[in-house]
Write a new protein. Sequence first.
Length: 136
Amino acid sequence: MSVIFVDSDILLDVILDRIPFYDSSVRILLLADQLGFSCCTAVHSLLNVHYVTKRKLGLPEADKAIKLLIKKITIVSEDQTIVDQAIQSGFTDFEDAVQFFAAKSVNANYIITRNLKDYKESTIPVLTAEQFLRTL
């Protein structure tokens, strides 16, 4: 089973229909419906998605987006251990460090994001949606 950790920018690409990223991002989330794949994200990614969606589309659409996402993907808890690891890491971006250690806590095989530059310290392969889809 391939565990794919999905960053909030990929989720927002789908929810907000952001072109030109929508097609490849939605294909990533559709992998959660296929045998052999599991998609997950961190709790705080859902907070980011709700906040941005609420500002762009309103509260009902933000709530609807979260309900849709939690049916498709596994939510990874972030705890003190993950935060401590992130603070002590060599990552320059704290949020991405938290994401990395959340992904590591569930033995993710890949991190999918559009923000590759902040994951230089990652020991998990970090790919854009397009890059990952080319590996299939």
